[in-house]
Design a protein around this ligand. Sequence first.
Ligand SMILES: Nc1nc2c(ncn2[C@@H]2O[C@H](COP(=O)(O)OP(=O)(O)OP(=O)(O)O)[C@@H](O)[C@H]2O)c(=O)[nH]1
Ligand SMILES: [Mg+2]
Length: 258
Amino acid sequence: MSQHTHSSDHAPSRPDVDRSLRMTEPPHTHPGQEVAHTHPPVAAPSRPLDGPLRVGIGGPVGSGKTALVAALCRALGGELELAVVTNDIYTTEDGDFLRRHGVLPGERITAVQTGACPHTAIRDDIAMNLDAVEDLEDRFSPDVVLVESGGDNLTATFSYGLVDAQIFVVDVAGGDKVPRKGGPGVITSDLLVINKTDLAPMVGADLSVMARDAAALRHEAPVAFTSLREDPGAGVVADWVRGLLAARAEQVTAAHAG
Ligand SMILES: Nc1nc2c(ncn2[C@@H]2O[C@H](COP(=O)(O)OP(=O)(O)OP(=O)(O)O)[C@@H](O)[C@H]2O)c(=O)[nH]1
Ligand SMILES: [Mg+2]
């Protein structure tokens, strides 16, 4: 009988996901069309690169999305104009939390009540979120708009008709198996954040297993380990946002020069 029980023996193999497709939904079938497939994104980013950068933040319930929004506002608020849209199903809880903690002037935070599955409002029927984002852009001309999804599951991703880049936040408390479970958020997000590293010893999570599994699924796409308890400015994620802005600025300069 083979001895093959340690979890680190079970490195995931990467699903056949074409990154260039920027998949906005998991593979599925239709009646009469039994071959699993995805559809092209609802919309690809087509906004001008010198306009506001829209960053979506998604991930499972309680993984630390609002804490990350607060951290980015703390880290970037002094150097950039920011605005935030939060999504909750039936409440304005997350928007209220951010206002209470004074991370931004209250009028720069809009709470969308989706009334439906969180992923629907960020991927399939983005009208409420688009209205909220465009209203903030009209009023404040921000450099960056952060859009927090309602807490969902490993399948939730943003339409690139709503955001330019997306961060997927999972946490260590769910166990070190989580990145290995894959899903479009873990695999195709522009940045995977593995949060609550301070809890790893409490739940017996091996961060090196999470790093290895995430790398196997994401190849070269970046992964950031954070503890928002220990680093309430989320330095590594703030630097990633600065990098996105710098890359856009370079593209704008190159376009003008060309
Ligand atoms: N120990 C620890 N707790 C954290 C960390 N980040 C967030 N939390 C806590 O985790 C809980 C959930 O954080 P939130 O930021 O509300 O999570 P969320 O993903 O926005 O939750 P939903 O919007 O309800 O899906 C809060 O009690 C946070 O204080 C971390 O790095 N370490
Ligand atoms: Mg939240």
